[in-house]
Ligand binder design. Structure first.
Ligand code: A2P
Length: 341
C-alpha cells in the first residue's frame, strides 16, 4: 500500500483516539496525518505515532490533499463536512449514522461485505452502528451459507457507546449506591441525577438504549433492523430488536436467535464461524464483555440449536464497541480503500 495523507475528524474523542492508536498498531501507511476537532481543542497538540500534531479547527480547515478522512465527530459534523472533504478528493469513512441508509453510500463491515466498498459515487463510506457491526460478524458467515430469514436480537450495550458522559454517569451512580446500599435493596435511589439515560444505570439494567422513534422502538433498534438488511443485501430479513443498556464500560453483547432458509445444526454454525475472519468461537468458556475489551476479534459463544421453532441457532456475540464496533472497522475500511489497485 502506498503511503497516503490521512485526516482524523473528532481526533480528541474516544473513537478518534482509538482510531489513532489502531492506525499505529496496524502500521497503516501514513504519509501525513492531520487532526480535526472543535474550536475548543484547536491548537492543542496530540502526540501520535507519527509525531506531535496540532489539532485544527474543523470549521475553518482546508481539506485539500487529504486522501482518506476518518470522521467520528457526530452526525451533524459529518453531514456538514464529509461532503466537503469528499469534494476536495478524500475518501470519507464516516462513523456516524448520517449517511448509513443512503442508497449511494456503502455500509460495510470489513470481513463481511467488503465488496460493497468499491461502489461509492459520493466518495463516502459508512461505518455501521456498533451493535449491528458485532452481530453481523456472526450473522454474515451463517447468512452466506444458509440465507438468514429471521432474527430475534437483544443487545446488552455498554455505556462507552454513549461517549465519556455515559461512563461518568455509571461511575457516579455506582459510587453513590455503594455508599447508600439500602437503596439497592429497598429502592429510593435519589442521587446523582440521570442525565444520559432514562433511568439509573448504576447496578441496574435499562431496557431502552437510544432514543424513541417510531412504533415504540428506539433509533438503536431500528438501526439493527435496517443496517442488518443493507449489510447482508437482504431487504426481506425479519429482525425483532430490543436494545438494552447495561452497567458495563466496554463491550456490547447481543443474544440472537436466527432462522435460515434451511435448518442449521450447531456443528455447521461452529465450523462456519471458526473459519470467519475476526471471529473467535468459545466453546468451553463463556465470552463476556470484559473478555472482549481491548481486543480486535468478536467473540461468539453459547451456540445452541433452537428448542421452540426447530432448525435455528441461538448464540451470544460480544465485541469491543470502540474497536471492531467503531475504530477498528473504520481503519479496516481505510485499508480496503488504500489497497485498491
Ligand atoms: P472536541 O474535543 O474539540 O469537543 P466524544 O463523542 O468521545 O465526546 O468525541 C466527540 C469528538 O467530536 C471530539 O473529538 C470533539 O472535539 C468532536 N467535536 C464535537 N463537536 C465538534 C464540532 N462542532 N466541530 C468539530 N469537532 C467536534
Amino acid at each position: 500500500m502506498n503511503p497516503v495523507n490521512v485526516g482524523v475528524v473528532g481526533a480528541t474523542g474516544a473513537v478518534g483516539r482509538t482510531i489513532l492508536s489502531i492506525l499505529a498498531e496496524r502500521r497503516f501507511p501514513v504519509k501525513e496525518i492531520r487532526l480535526f476537532a472543535s474550536p475548543r481543542s484547536a491548537g492543542s497538540v496530540i502526540d501520535t505515532f507519527w509525531g506531535s500534531v496540532t489539532v485544527e479547527d474543523l470549521s475553518i480547515a482546508d481539506p485539500s490533499g487529504i486522501d482518506i478522512a476518518l470522521f467520528s465527530a457526530g452526525g451533524g459534523r459529518s453531514r456538514e463536512y464529509a461532503p466537503k472533504f469528499a469534494e476536495a478528493g478524500a475518501v470519507v469513512i464516516d462513523n456516524s449514522s448520517a449517511f448509513r441508509m443512503e442508497p449511494d453510500v456503502p455500509l460495510v463491515v470489513a470481513g463481511v461485505n467488503d465488496e460493497a466498498i468499491t461502489d461509492r459515487p459520493r466518495g463516502i463510506v459508512s461505518n455501521p452502528n456498533c451493535t449491528t457491526m458485532d452481530l453481523m460478524m456472526a450473522a454474515g458467515p451463517l447468512h452466506r451459507a444458509a440465507g438468514l430469514r429471521s432474527m430475534v436480537a437483544t443487545s446488552y450495550q455498554s455505556v462507552s457507546g454513549s461517549g465519556m458522559a455515559g461512563v461518568e454517569e455509571l461511575m457516579r451512580q455506582t459510587d453513590w449506591l455503594r455508599s447508600n446500599p439500602d437503596a439497592l435493596r429497598e429502592g429510593g435511589f435519589e442521587e446523582p441525577d440521570s442525565e444520559v439515560y432514562v433511568a439509573p444505570i448504576g447496578f441496574n439494567v435499562i431496557p431502552y438504549a437510544g432514543s424513541e422513534t417510531e412504533q415504540g422502538y428506539t433509533d438503536e433498534e431500528w438501526k439493527l433492523v435496517h443496517e442488518s438488511r443493507k449489510i447482508l443485501s437482504a431487504p426481506d430479513i425479519e429482525v425483532e430488536p430490543t436494545c438494552v443498556r447495561v452497567p458495563v464500560v466496554t463491550g456490547h453483547g447481543i443474544a440472537a436467535t436466527m432462522w435460515f432458509d434451511r435448518s442449521m445444526e450447531i456443528s455447521e454454525a461452529r465450523q462456519l464461524l471458526e473459519a470467519a475472519p475476526g471471529v473467535e468461537v468459545w466453546i468451553d468458556d463463556v465470552p463476556t464483555p470484559l473478555d472482549s475489551a481491548g481486543i480486535d476479534d468478536v467473540l461468539v459463544g453459547r451456540l445452541r440449536n433452537t428448542v421452540g421453532v426447530a432448525g435455528g441457532i441461538n448464540l451470544w456475540v460480544v465485541g469491543d464497541n470502540l474497536r471492531k464496533g467503531a475504530a477498528l472497522n473504520a481503519v479496516q475500511l481505510a485499508e480496503l480503500v488504500t489497497g485498491e489497485a
